[in-house]
Design a protein around this ligand. Structure first.
Ligand code: HEM
Length: 460
């Protein structure tokens, strides 16, 4: 179905960006356009129109599963070039989506996090060992790079029993470099100038995506040759679990697509969320003190605490900090919805069946429902009382409906535990007086954010 165009959407403002293109930061450009034109507008690029929505009432409408469903827009079509029918990029009616969803769902129920907890802790310790070395040497740490090492090793080990060994490498694992280039290709391909030659970029992309597939084949081979193929992690489920309805298992090609999908979806976004949380803590001493106090209450002066699964559930303020970081910078910043039937979005914007709208989460998260000063970092927005009073669709960092993030609990458990361990152990010094620059590679990260570390005791 053709996208809705400005001509079919009377009364919706149009912003034509063809003169400049979206540059390297399409999300932040769309945020600026929304500030200028209001919470629903059409962005026109070389004659292609995209409907952007940040308005709470309209997003609430788009979240209605009876009338709208996930849309695989041009961005995700590009990601499909290397993740195909993996969960994230599968079409709603593609049989492999429901099949993999049903098979893998139990692995992401809240209770399953107990299984992953020891591995998450093991990798958190790797990060701490590396940060201890940096602190002793007086070297600042590159926060997003190290968070990416941590989250990649965690999903590799917890999901697939595969060790990327990222902390033993001076440079990011080549998988990460290839993956980031594939994501960048997916993003910049959206802004191609008609008539220009992009064969060099496309050839580089093909090399990178072939490399990703080779790494994934290694991950699978490392498992299938052993007697561990029925281990109860994600890969074990993918290789052996039968669908409850028809007893079939996932086919080999689909397993490869799922492993690529989970390695990507399972680490880029979480590492960005952790990095933004640390950025805000470094800039907000009062919030930092409250997270430290929460960690101190659990672990006191212990030099090497052993956080338990249940303790992570008690880190409620730390969780609020993460939520507030995800409010300001939801690291998967947009998701797309399509009309199931011809309809009027918000009772006024006509959409035909199949036509789509892009939810711009960072702007939804700055709507009037968030108060007078939405730019202010304030974790008290996520107390249970405040949450109970707010409309449910005001906060959407994990998407919506049946295609919402399957890994949400996984990400929150991993990030909450690590954040608390880090503030318990280190004094965070914003030595470079860092000014936030958000880098976009389909996901968001604070670019070049470094911290200097010093050991801390409860009294600090
Ligand atoms: C889907 C965000 C962590 C796996 C999604 C979607 C969003 C999202 C917005 C929906 C996309 C859409 O509607 O097009 C995030 C954020 C994370 C995070 C902000 C961290 C803070 C994770 C983790 C995993 C994961 C840790 C795996 C371990 C997935 C998968 C889907 C998904 C497989 C597709 C689900 C489906 O369509 O059935 N995520 N995610 N994510 N996420 Fe996450």
């Amino acid at each position: 179905q053709n996208p809705p165009t400005a001509d079919t959407l009377p009364g919706v403002p149009v912003a034509d960006i063809s003169a400049t293109g979206p540059g390297g930061a399409p999300v932040q450009q769309a945020m600026d356009l929304m500030r200028e034109h209001g919470p629903v507008f059409v962005r026109r690029l070389y004659g292609r129109d995209t409907l952007f929505v940040g308005d709470l009432d309209l997003v609430t409408d788009l979240a209605d599963e009876q009338r709208f469903a996930k849309h695989i827009g041009p961005g995700l079509e590009n990601v499909r070039e290397f993740a195909a029918d993996g969960l994230f990029t599968a079409y709603n009616d593609e049989p492999n989506w429901a099949k993999a969803h049903d098979i893998l769902m139990p692995a992401f129920a809240l209770g399953s996090m107990r299984t992953y907890h020891p591995v998450m802790l093991k990798v958190a310790r790797r990060l701490i060992a590396s940060w201890d070395r940096d602190a002793r040497a007086g070297r600042p740490v590159n926060v997003p790079d190290d968070m990416t090492r941590m989250t990649l090793d965690t999903i590799g080990l917890a999901g697939f029993g595969y060790d990327f060994g990222s902390f033993e490498r001076a440079e990011p694992h080549p998988f990460v470099e290839s993956m980031v280039r594939c994501l960048e290709w997916s993003m910049t391909r959206l802004a191609r100038v008609p008539g220009q030659d992009y064969s060099v970029q496309d050839a580089a992309f093909r090399d990178d995506s072939a490399y990703l597939a080779r790494v994934v084949d290694d991950v699978i081979a490392a498992r299938t040759g052993t007697d561990q193929s029925d281990a109860d992690d994600l890969l074990g489920l993918m290789l052996t679990a039968e669908h409850p309805a028809d007893g079939t298992t996932l086919d080999t090609a689909n397993i490869r697509n799922q492993v690529i999908t989970f390695l990507i979806a399972g680490h880029e976004t979480t590492s960005g969320a952790m990095s933004f949380a640390l950025y805000y803590l470094a800039k907000h001493p009062t919030a930092l003190e409250l997270v430290q106090r929460e960690a101190d209450e659990l672990w006191g002066d212990q030099a090497d605490p052993e956080p338990t699964y249940d303790e992570v559930g008690r880190l409620t303020y730390t969780r609020q900090v993460l939520n507030e970081a995800l409010r300001l910078w939801p690291t998967a910043a947009v998701f797309s919805r399509q009309a199931r039937e011809d309809t009027l979005l918000g009772g006024r914007i006509p959409l035909r069946a199949g036509q789509s709208a892009l939810v711009l989460a960072p702007m939804l998260h700055r709507q009037p429902v968030w108060g007078d000063n939405p730019e202010l970092f304030d974790p008290s927005r996520f107390t249970p009382e405040a949450e109970a009073e707010r409309p449910v669709h005001a906060f959407k960092p994990f998407g919506t409906g049946e295609r919402a993030c399957i890994g949400r609990q996984f990400a929150l458990h991993e990030a909450t535990m690590l954040l608390a361990m880090l503030v318990h152990r280190y004094r965070l010094r914003d030595h470079a007086d860092y000014r936030l620059t958000v880098k976009e590679t389909l996901t968001l990260k604070p670019e070049g954010f470094t911290l200097a570390l010093a050991p801390r005791t409860c009294a600090d």
